[in-house]
Design a protein around this ligand. Structure first.
Ligand code: PMP
Ligand code: GLN
Length: 407
């Protein structure tokens, strides 16, 4: 097989989803909701799929995005970004945020280019940069505090370390806010620091904002694309799976200036070409409805975070009571809990060539029937020792299930 696939064979998802199938634990590993999506979104899909009169809704649609969906996306983001986004040239619809990340990276990065990746990162950034022939350069968020219950805001970039990672070969930096797995919501000043470096080194910010609607009290999602001078050097990525709690629909998008999206469009048109029409139609109708509901308690984009915050608080309490000091997330739907105490007390066994968190997650799945994800999967090998002290749990679950898991 092609040498470009060598060294990137492993996937934490493939490994742990296989384990979940085998052991059937309470699965708080892979992130997906265990409840139904909003009625209006589900209804829109069943109508689109079963429509006899509008049979074209089940045939190929426009390559760069179904017209109704790119129009809806442009309306939503023009509002939050504060500028008119051209639906035809400044939006690309993709097969999930995964594909948006992949085509953005493939469309920007030349062999020899460097791409800065902040740790902990969503794991696919690294193989995607490598497949594009680029070199990932890692900069970890470092905790200001590690004892007791801490907050994802305690994890920060060292300005000197970040600045030292940039150079004339830096094509892009990938920033994920709110972050998976930490739940960090970057503050405006933190994004400004990154923006200044992007301007200084002529680099692009690839913003993974799939959890954009999920921030908790006291936090506001700040968009890099709204900062001075950054629209022109930013590609921002979103996901219908996260936005409407339909992770299986696999529709995502990238928006940004036409000159930056161009490469992504070319890669998309020659690989995926076009995404599922009825699902795009349903997501479009979902956004249209949400725009009508915006500012009311029925608006899902706004109400989901309220529900999630209750779940977050409940999980924080349960983990704290269990002695697994959590890092309280400011956004997203994952939480990291500190496993150092347990791992020191219990013989978790396993293959000693593997990191502690991988061994612990396997032990917990097999022996306690509870599954999480080992966070060192979100680190480069040189910084994996930061992540291996933790386990990641997903908390976008019906409340009784979360209670059951922590008994
Ligand atoms: N980025 C992050 C940070 C994610 O957590 C996910 C979840 N899979 C993705 C991208 C990919 O999203 P999608 O399911 O829309 O491909
Ligand atoms: N984003 C989800 C998570 O982090 C799903 C990842 C995946 O299935 N590859 O758990």
């Amino acid at each position: 097989i092609a040498t470009k696939t060598h060294g990137i064979e492993k996937s934490v998802w493939v490994e742990f989803i296989q384990l979940a199938l085998e052991v059937k634990p309470l699965n708080l590993g892979q992130g997906f909701p265990d409840f139904a999506a909003p009625d209006h979104v589900r209804k829109a899909l069943s109508e689109a799929a079963s429509s006899e009169s509008n049979f074209l809704l089940n045939q190929y649609t426009r390559s760069f995005g179904h017209p109704r969906l790119v129009n809806a996306i442009s309306k939503v983001y023009s509002k939050v970004v504060g500028r008119e986004i051209n639906p035809m040239t400044e939006v690309l619809v993709t097969a999930g945020a995964y594909e948006a990340l992949f085509v953005s990276i493939m469309g920007l990065v030349n062999p020899g280019d460097e791409v800065i990746i902040i740790e902990p990162f969503f794991d696919c950034y690294v193989p995607q940069v490598k497949l594009a022939g680029g070199t990932p350069v890692f900069v970890p968020l470092r905790p200001k505090k590690t004892e007791g219950v801490t907050n994802s805001g305690d994890w920060v970039l060292d300005p000197a370390e970040l600045a030292a990672a940039f150079n004339s070969k830096t094509k892009a930096i990938v920033v994920n806010t709110p972050n998976n797995p930490l739940g960090k919501v970057y503050k405006k000043e933190e994004l400004m620091m990154i923006a200044d470096l992007c301007k200084k080194y002529n680099s692009v910010a690839i913003m993974d904002e799939v959890y954009e609607w999920m921030t908790y009290t006291g936090q506001e999602h700040c968009r890099m694309a709204t900062l001075p001078g950054m629209w022109d050097r930013c590609i921002t990525i979103g996901s219908a799976g996260k936005t409407f709690s339909v992770t299986g629909w696999k529709i995502g998008w990238a928006y940004g200036p036409a000159h930056l999206l161009k490469g992504a469009q070319v890669v998309h048109q020659h690989s995926v070409y076009t995404c599922s029409t009825p699902i795009q139609e349903a997501v479009a109708q979902g956004f249209e409805k949400e725009l009508e509901l915006y500012g009311t308690p029925e608006c899902y984009l706004q109400s989901l975070a309220v529900e999630l915050e209750e779940k977050r608080d409940m999980v924080v309490k349960l983990l704290t009571d269990a002695g697994l000091n959590p890092i309280v997330p400011e956004g997203g739907y994952f939480i990291l809990a500190d496993v150092r105490d347990i791992v020191n007390k219990v013989d978790i066994g396993g293959d000693l060539n593997e990191r502690k968190d991988f061994r612990f997650v396997k032990w917990l799945s097999r022996n306690r029937k509870l599954q999480g994800i080992p966070p060192s999967a979100f680190y480069s090998p040189q910084h994996g020792d930061i992540g291996e002290n933790y386990i990641r749990f997903c908390f976008i679950k019906a409340s009784d299930l979360v209670f059951r898991c922590t008994d």
